[in-house]
Design a protein around this ligand. Structure first.
Ligand code: ADP
Length: 395
């Protein structure tokens, strides 16, 4: 059966069509610049990319365009070939601890938590409604970035702020990248042929956005992103953890509103802010290799923050069996993996230099005598969305 995994942004719609339960990718693609006359539709078939510009006024037009192309290119016979659609939804608040079949009540609940993710949830909703319009009889499932982290205990998810902020406004740690952390931690058990119930894993999802997750017995027990994706480790353009008093201090010094300062923390910090070179790790490594001091500092700062979280989660879980590198940087930057591992001497972590040359393929990176197993596991959020869609359709 064919399942579509959809990730709708404010002006884009990403999709992947998978044959399930085989989990083979049939095709994938993206419509960008939705709302413009020169929107770009790109589809990848048999490893080859095809791009065209179209007039795409909204997400419903984009969804129709995608489906028409699938028929035109003989990828599906007709719309009935698509058995289910899984939608990535960024925020499920405390309402969703698992994926869910979409109905009116679910749509209302996603709307209700939109003030927690004002940029993302409305776009995700638009994507759902667009596909519902074109495929009214096809079951749809919502897969939340936050759901995997709903197993965190109160001591992990609560901030030490006035308790009423939590009761009245839902101020707490939610965590993100949950679909990725779940997929990767399940793969660890398979790769090591271990019962997931007995495994303590720390997942390092290091991409442009980045988060760390402590997974004990297959359940998220703590994670570095919080109320929003701004907290935790330094990222491409986000600061990660800072003293919140800095916000008021800078707003006074630079005559900026709180929103403007938060925008600086989201868009002009992290790799980019420290180095003033780039938010992209490839550019930073180039600078690092040339000895550019700020390039070196940006990379070291992030590695320190990652190692600090590993230390905290090692203590919180009372041990760690596996540490996993995933996402753009984790999967593709051996230099970053080496730098982080060097900080884990206390765990007796040892990288196998030959294995660490690998990029983008599942690999055990550590030597047999390493104190902790280090792994490279490419993340796959789309397959997780498709799996959940099939599971919930069958329930
Ligand atoms: P996003 O959070 O946008 O999904 P990704 O997971 O795609 O981000 O990660 C993007 C990051 O991965 C960028 O910093 C990019 O430089 C890095 N990256 C991708 N390929 C490589 C590579 N071959 N070597 C080093 N870094 C890489």
């Amino acid at each position: 059966m064919k399942i579509m995994a959809v990730n709708a942004g404010s002006s884009s719609l990403k999709f992947q069509l998978l044959d399930m339960p085989e989990e083979n990718v049939v095709t994938s693609g993206i419509v960008e610049r939705i709302g413009m006359k020169n929107a770009v539709f790109t589809i990848k078939v048999n490893g080859e990319k095809h791009s065209q510009t179209h007039d795409v006024s909204d997400h419903a037009v984009a969804a129709k365009l995608v489906l028409e192309k699938l028929v035109d290119m003989n990828i599906v016979d007709d719309y009935d070939d698509i058995t289910g659609v899984g939608h990535r939804v960024v925020h499920g608040g405390e309402s969703f601890s698992d994926s869910v079949v979409i109905n009116e009540t679910v749509l209302e609940a996603i709307k209700e938590v939109s003030d927690l993710a004002p940029l993302h949830n409305p776009a995700n909703l638009t994507g759902i409604q667009a596909f519902q319009e074109v495929l009214p009889d096809v079951p749809m499932v919502a897969v939340f970035d936050t759901a995997f982290h709903q197993t965190m205990k109160e001591d992990a998810f609560l901030y030490a702020t006035p308790y009423e902020w939590y009761e009245k406004y839902g101020v707490r740690k939610y965590g993100f990248h949950g679909t990725s952390h779940k997929y990767v931690s399940e793969r660890v058990a398979k790769m090591l042929d271990r019962d997931i119930e007995t495994l303590k894993t720390i997942v390092l999802h290091i991409g442009n956005g980045a988060s760390i997750c402590a997974v004990d017995g297959g359940k998220s027990v703590d994670t570095s992103m919080g109320f929003t994706p701004l907290s935790g480790i330094a990222m491409g353009t986000r600061s990660g953890d800072i003293d919140p008093a800095i916000v008021e201090f800078i707003s006074t010094k630079e005559n900026k509103t709180v929103q403007q300062v938060i925008n600086d923390l989201n868009k002009s910090s992290g790799y980019l802010g420290v180095s003033r070179i780039s938010s992209d790790s490839r550019d930073l490594w180039e600078a690092y290799d040339k000895g550019n001091p700020r390039g070196v500092l940006a990379i070291r700062k992030q590695a320190k923050m990652i190692a600090d979280y590993i230390g905290a989660y090692y203590v919180y879980m009372g041990g760690v069996d596996a540490i996993v590198f995933t996402a753009g940087i984790g999967e593709n930057a051996p230099e970053t993996r080496e730098l982080i591992t060097k900080r884990l001497g206390v765990l007796n972590a040892k990288l196998d230099a030959e294995a660490n040359k690998k990029r983008g393929v599942e690999t055990i990176l550590s030597t047999p005598d390493s104190g902790v197993t280090l792994l490279l596991i490419p993340t796959n959020e789309e397959v997780m969305i498709a799996r959940d869609t099939v599971r919930l359709m069958n329930e």
